[in-house]
Design a protein around this ligand. Structure first.
Ligand code: AKG
Ligand code: FE2
Length: 364
């Protein structure tokens, strides 16, 4: 906001990057500034297509915000946790089970991780019509900036990625964009997430150092603002867990269930999880900032069978088209069930459940 003085915000200092040598996941990186022109999108589209088809993950740089702007957004991201009294957080708790929506706070220890141990993760979820939601007092001065951040994620990051994913399927460029209109009914939202270490070593051992169980994301595209605490792992195509690298002022973009369903299995909703950080980053909190895109509520999650690419390579369905859930049914069922419902144990690692006729896997 040029010409205006931004309200002061306490600084959040994350741990320095790890010096430990861990097994890093390798997947492509794109310069998003190139996606502003049709020629640039045509050049990047095959890279985005192959990344999302093979890995389900992509690194993004040059998304349009400076390092200083991103740093300020991370400072603001800590406000809902560090500057809001517990009583006010309770009043603004999301009606997760009642409404099948994360809007508002998710308290620590709501979910079961493993062996009776509960999570230590706090969320604050801002629905995209930012001004229609009640927010904590401490966040009020920052709402215009959060509205800008939401729009930036939606129009300057999500839309170019969706356009390139459509090109990758040889579909009209606006195909996915039209299923994610900012003003439509739906649950695309900005999420702040703060991980606290487990309170005892016993708990840490009982969950085998898992902080957030292996899962796929509900929506179409997740935009993760890269932060320095090394803890996010993806399951590589060879079945091994590997760490996602921190890219300063970069983004990590991944596909979720809704994208996998719309693309008939072409783009992969890759399993990922969060584990205890390396020794030189232990004992600290981990602050995350995300934009979770979910298609508009009335979008039926059936494969876009008109894609010439899908006609050539074939379609993988998770259920028959007539049984396919809408984006609304899917996100509500998954939100209600996540961390709160009984899972069927398949082996040491995998647990399963069936939602809307679709088999869903969870990994420890
Ligand atoms: O904290 C992270 O890095 C990943 C979080 C995540 O996977 C999720 O909230 O779906
Ligand atoms: Fe996730």
């Amino acid at each position: 906001m040029p010409g205006t003085t931004l309200p002061p915000v306490p600084h959040y200092e994350p741990p320095s990057v790890t010096k430990e040598d861990v097994d890093w996941a390798e997947f492509p990186l794109i310069d998003l500034s190139k996606a502003k022109t049709p020629e640039g999108r045509a050049e990047l589209a095959p890279v985005v297509r192959d990344a999302m088809r093979t890995h389900g993950f992509l690194y993004v740089v040059n998304h349009g915000l400076t390092q200083a702007q991103t740093d300020r957004y991370f400072d603001i991201a800590d406000m809902p946790f560090a500057q809001v009294p517990e009583e006010e957080k309770k009043q603004l708790a999301g009606k997760i089970v009642e409404n099948g929506s994360y809007r508002g706070y998710k308290a620590r220890r709501l979910w079961t991780i493993d062996n009776g141990v509960r999570d230590e993760i706090e969320h604050y979820n801002l629905h995209r019509p930012i001004f229609q939601q009640q927010h904590p007092k401490a966040l009020q001065p920052f709402l215009p900036e959060l509205r800008s951040l939401t729009e930036h994620n939606h129009y300057n990051v999500l839309f170019p990625i969706l356009r390139m994913l459509a090109l990758g399927l040889e579909l009209p460029e606006e195909t996915f964009v039209n299923l994610h209109r900012f003003e439509d009914e739906g649950e695309t939202y900005l999420r702040y997430m703060k991980y606290f270490p487990y309170q005892t070593e016993t708990d840490e051992a009982r969950v085998k150092n898992v902080w957030l169980k292996g899962h796929t994301d509900i929506g179409s595209i997740t935009i993760l603002w890269s932060q320095p605490v090394t803890a996010l792992q993806i399951m590589s195509p060879d079945g091994k867990w590997r760490y996602v690298k921190h890219i300063p002022n970069g983004l990590v973009v991944n596909a979720g269930d809704s994208m996998e369903m719309l693309s008939g299995g072409f783009y992969k909703a890759t399993i990922h999880r969060v584990v205890q950080p390396p020794t030189d980053q232990r004992g600290r909190t981990r602050l995350g900032m995300f934009y979770f895109a979910i298609p508009s509520d009335d979008v039926k999650l059936v494969p876009l069978a008109e894609s010439p690419v899908l006609q050539r390579v074939g379609i993988t369905r998770k259920c028959a088209d007539e049984d396919a859930p809408t984006a609304r049914e899917w996100r509500m069922a998954r939100t209600r069930a996540y961390g709160l419902s009984e899972l069927q144990r398949r082996d040491d690692v995998v647990e399963e459940q069936v939602l809307n006729g679709v088999v869903l896997k969870h990994y420890n």
